[in-house]
Design a protein around this ligand. Structure first.
Ligand code: HEM
Length: 168
């Protein structure tokens, strides 16, 4: 029964986490770049709907259930599991997802929050200060774009590893 609950949580929240991230990186972020100044409003609305809270929670559930499944699968002998191709795929796939999560929470999330905050404050910023704020916004957007792609490819690697691990 515990295995079923763990697998349900793991695969379900894993799908939501990767899917939301892919939507964000491949569609939402480029679309926001296209619309220009109105992007700030969309970012603000996403913040209001607590997107930066839900995403890390989905990630955390995936990570914790994955590690739990991994330790149950190993029967207490992780060394022996890591000797097998399947163990390596689940193990390294999991490790990459953990790194992606840490980059997301420690670097990407604060950059997104700052972008939303600056974009919202832009209309009330004195005109003389606007170029500096806009330059900072551009820097933050460039960083978020690059990091978003790195994190996305890491998560796609994990997804691929998880999908085939059993059959290696
Ligand atoms: C992006 C994050 C992740 C996604 C999308 C994901 C996805 C999946 C999927 C779809 C499966 C089912 C594969 C199958 O049964 O053949 C699976 C199984 C598994 N995953 Fe992950 N996973 C992620 C992160 C992790 C992490 C961090 C670990 C930790 C080591 C992990 C460990 C496992 C294990 C051990 C299984 C096999 C469970 C079992 O059947 O007992 N996963 N994962």
């Amino acid at each position: 029964m515990l295995t079923i609950v763990l697998r349900f949580a793991h695969v379900g929240f894993g799908a939501l986490w990767v899917g939301m991230m892919a939507f964000q990186v491949f569609f939402l972020m480029p679309a926001l770049m296209d619309v220009g100044p109105d992007a700030g409003k969309v970012m603000g609305a996403l913040m209001k709907r607590k997107m930066p809270v839900f995403m890390p929670i989905f990630g955390l559930i995936t990570l914790v259930s994955g590690m739990w499944l991994f330790s149950r699968m190993s029967g207490g002998n992780i060394g022996a599991l890591m000797q097998t191709a399947m163990g390596k795929a689940f193990g390294f796939g999991g490790l990459i997802a953990l790194l992606a999560f840490l980059i997301g929470v420690i670097v990407m999330r604060p950059a997104m929050m700052r972008t939303a905050q600056l974009s919202e404050s832009l209309p009330s910023t004195p005109p003389a200060d606007r170029p500096a704020v806009q330059a900072e916004l551009q820097k933050l957007r460039d960083r978020a774009t690059l990091l978003g792609k790195v994190v996305m490819w890491m998560m796609l690697f994990t997804l691929a590893a998880m999908a085939v691990a059993r059959y290696l």
